[in-house]
Write a protein that binds this ligand. Structure first.
Ligand SMILES: [Zn+2]
Ligand SMILES: [Zn+2]
Ligand SMILES: [Zn+2]
Length: 309
């Protein structure tokens, strides 16, 4: 079967830049947070250590996806990208939960804030996080793993922007509930935007059909081929966040001896129309299909019939 593996962008440099920027920002936040005794800055510095870990995770996943298969790992380590996007979504959701919890506990507390320093440090955070997010904007449209990295960095730019805005308002109206209020709003926005990443990566972990492939139109397209009498045992799943797989049993007439031509056409159809690169097809005669143990292993079983369409 054909193995037309798609070429992926070299993300190594982008991840290197993103990680370096974020480590620099952690050091800045930590030293200023320590200096002005701001729990908010120290907490965000700790959060950004988690970001560096998240970027590393996505980078490792991309690198693992490039490792060649061997006889013990015939699919190589492609699935690492799905696992990384799942963990990035989970970490982001947990982080926002912690932020919301912290914010709620701060309502009614009076604390000594130095808004100028906080505005300045958070302003740098907006720039650092926006630059890092921009690095991954292009890849985020086609690759769930890169989307995880992008979404997290964009969310962090938003968090920092919220801190800047509430700092500016604080200078004019020193209201103690401003900061926790802003944190709650940000946490809500981030959770709403991360939920689909969490759902989609979990779906792919359970070999779900990728969102951009409609399984019904795949099976309709296969059935529509004039040589195809019936199909069964159709499986479509994601090997990684960039590569999809399909396997199917195709039933043809006993007298049909043009099956190599059929194979070529079906492969063409699946790889071009549905962007599925790894295709495995089992061709069966009607007589064989009646005995096939996988006859009912399909989402839309159709009866076998010997009649020509
Ligand atoms: Zn973050
Ligand atoms: Zn079969
Ligand atoms: Zn099956």
């Amino acid at each position: 079967m054909t193995h037309q593996h798609t070429h992926t962008t070299n993300y190594g440099r982008l991840f290197g830049i993103g990680i370096a920027l974020n480590i620099g920002y952690v050091l800045l936040e930590f030293s200023f947070g320590w200096h002005i005794n701001s729990l908010a800055l120290l907490a965000d510095a700790a959060h950004n250590v988690g970001d560096v870990a998240g970027l590393l995770l996505a980078w490792i996943a991309v690198a693992m996806g490039n490792i060649k298969a061997n006889q013990h790992h015939t699919f190589a380590w492609k699935k690492a990208s799905i696992l990384a996007s799942f963990f990035n979504a989970a970490i982001l959701l947990l982080g926002m939960g912690a932020l919301a919890w912290e914010a709620i506990s701060r309502f009614g507390q009076v604390n000594n804030v130095q808004p100028e320093t906080i505005i300045w440090v958070a302003g740098v955070g907006v720039i650092i996080n926006a630059i890092t997010a921009a690095l991954f904007l292009k890849g985020s449209q086609s690759d769930l793993n890169i989307k995880g990295a992008f979404l997290h960095m964009a969310a962090d730019a938003l968090v920092s922007l919220g801190v800047v805005i509430s700092g500016i308002i604080y200078i004019f109206w020193p209201l103690s509930w401003l900061d926790p209020m802003m944190s709650l709003i940000i946490a809500t926005v981030v959770v709403l935007s991360t939920w689909s990443l969490f759902k989609r990566s979990t779906h792919l972990l359970f070999e779900g059909v990728p969102d951009d492939i409609d399984p019904k139109s795949v099976s309709d397209a296969l059935i529509a081929h004039p040589q195809v009498r019936q199909i069964h045992d159709l499986h479509i799943w994601a090997m990684s966040t960039t590569e999809n797989s399909l396997s199917v049993h195709i039933v043809i007439d006993q007298s049909d001896n043009n099956s190599f031509e059929l194979l070529k056409e079906i492969e063409e159809l699946i790889s071009h129309q549905f962007k599925i690169s790894h295709v495995t097809i089992q061709i069966e005669s009607l007589g064989f299909a009646e005995q096939c143990s996988s006859l009912s292993c399909t989402f839309d079983p159709q009866p076998l019939s010997g009649q020509n369409a």
